[in-house]
Write a protein that binds this ligand. Structure first.
Ligand code: COA
Length: 392
């Protein structure tokens, strides 16, 4: 019989828009904020942490040299005896960090892990890990050799999202309605205070460079409507997708404290969720973003659960057609999907997103006293992790 693995505390920064309030943060210091806060919320000494497992996609510059470890060292509360790793599985990175924390705990290697996500796309944009130069000054290059391009073409996630819309018969109107709902649900959650518990108010810079305390996500546009969406220019290689039907380029960090049942008992802690089951799949790299469709039945089967048993689905809104195709194929109840908005409204700081969605899902389970939440993300390269949480 497997040991139970729990999430004891969870926190995230408000999402920062491109060049927004987080623009001047040294990124390890941003990560240190959520590391400190997740331990403060559990009222636990950071010295007890066996390892930090961090997810970041663009591990260059300030996000390089093992960002997880730099976050630990930037913290004024964590001792340097706490080790860390940073992993990259594209947009699934920090959900995979949680999954690996779970696996290491089940295996008896670790007992107390902080799983984090951290990414500032404002500084290190999409493709930053292929933009540099070699020692001789030539372009660094990229891994998409003939083995890849001859079969799937050069990766273009917008084209993939457009192909998915076409294949699953998702219309422009459906995408627009979904984007409008994303902004409205995120706005409603904000004004009703649903995010208050999960957000760590974070210092940053206003537009004119003054220090501010950001308490809410910076990216929500409640005024979004069909006309404003139709006014945007259609993205190249797509039929009708625009910036408004895509996740936004953002910055942010999040953390969850993952612990073995044994330690939870020993330290007399009150967890907020149990990790029920995990799955990861590979799918067609050309269509690229279909993974949630295939990982959902896999993780449900492993957990012995059905779609109807799940109270909340967080399926990342990389582009509007992705959760819509998922919902169609998995016959999901749309009223349970991204109930407080998704990445079209709340942004998609790629490596941070899996942990951010987890923090939001667990918080919402607590608020509405639901039982199960399922979190899934499509990733570059055609993969998808999914995890099911149970409120405890
Ligand atoms: C789609 C994408 C290329 C758009 O980039 P961009 O053109 O620089 O996008 P912006 O966010 O600046 O938005 C462009 C315009 O649309 C407007 N816009 C965006 N969302 C809007 C909305 N909901 N309502 C009204 N206007 C909106 C912006 O205001 C902006 O106009 P402005 O220049 O007047 O401010 C970029 O957001 C992107 O790459 N997203 C996907 C990221 C991704 O692939 N992630 C991984 C997925 S697997």
């Amino acid at each position: 019989m497997k040991e139970d693995v729990y999430i004891v505390s969870a926190v995230r920064t408000p999402v920062g828009k491109r060049g927004g309030y987080l623009r001047n943060y040294l990124i390890p210091e941003l990560l240190a904020l959520v590391l400190d806060e997740v331990m403060r919320r559990a009222d636990l000494d950071p010295a007890l942490v066996d390892e930090v497992i961090n997810g970041t996609v663009y591990q260059v510059g300030e996000q390089g040299f093992v960002l997880g470890r730099m976050g630990v060292l930037a913290s004024k509360k964590f001792p340097s005896t706490v080790p860390a790793i940073s992993l990259n599985q594209q947009c699934g990175s920090s959900l995979r960090a949680i999954q690996l924390a779970y696996g290491q705990i089940i295996a008896g290697v670790l007992d107390i892990v902080v799983a984090t996500g951290c990414e500032c796309l404002s500084k290190y944009g999409m493709g930053s890990d292929c933009n540099g130069t070699l020692m001789d000054g030539k372009p660094m290059g990229h891994p998409f050799g003939d083995f890849y391009t001859s079969r799937w073409g050069y990766p273009d996630q917008m084209k993939s999202a457009s192909m998915i819309a076409e294949k699953w018969g998702i219309t422009q109107e459906q995408c627009e309605d979904f984007a409008i709902a994303s902004h409205q649900n995120a706005h409603k959650a904000t004004i009703n205070g649903y995010f208050k518990n999960e957000i760590l108010p974070t210092k940053g810079l206003s537009k004119d460079g003054k220090e501010i305390l950001m308490e809410n996500d910076e990216t929500i546009r409640p005024e979004t409507n069909r006309e404003s969406l139709r006014a945007l220019k259609v993205l190249p290689t797509t039929n009708f997708l625009t910036a408004g039907l895509s996740s936004t380029i953002t910055d942010g960090a999040s953390a969850v404290l993952v612990m073995s049942g044994k330690k939870v008992k020993e330290l007399n802690l009150k967890p907020i969720a149990r990790i029920v089951e995990n799955a990861i799949i590979g799918a067609d790299p050309g269509l690229m973003l279909t993974g949630p469709i295939y990982v959902t039945p896999k993780v449900l089967k492993k957990a012995g659960l059905k779609m109807d048993d799940i109270d909340i689905f967080e399926v990342n809104e990389a582009f509007a057609p992705i959760p819509l195709a998922w919902a169609k194929e998995c016959q999901a109840d749309m009223s349970k999907l991204n109930v407080n908005g998704g990445a079209m409204a709340l942004g998609h700081p790629v490596g941070n997103s899996g942990c951010r969605l987890t923090v939001t899902a667990i918080n919402e389970l607590q608020r509405r006293k639901g039982k199960y939440a399922l979190v899934a993300l499509c990733t570059g390269g055609g993969m998808a992790p999914a995890t099911i949480y149970e409120r405890v």
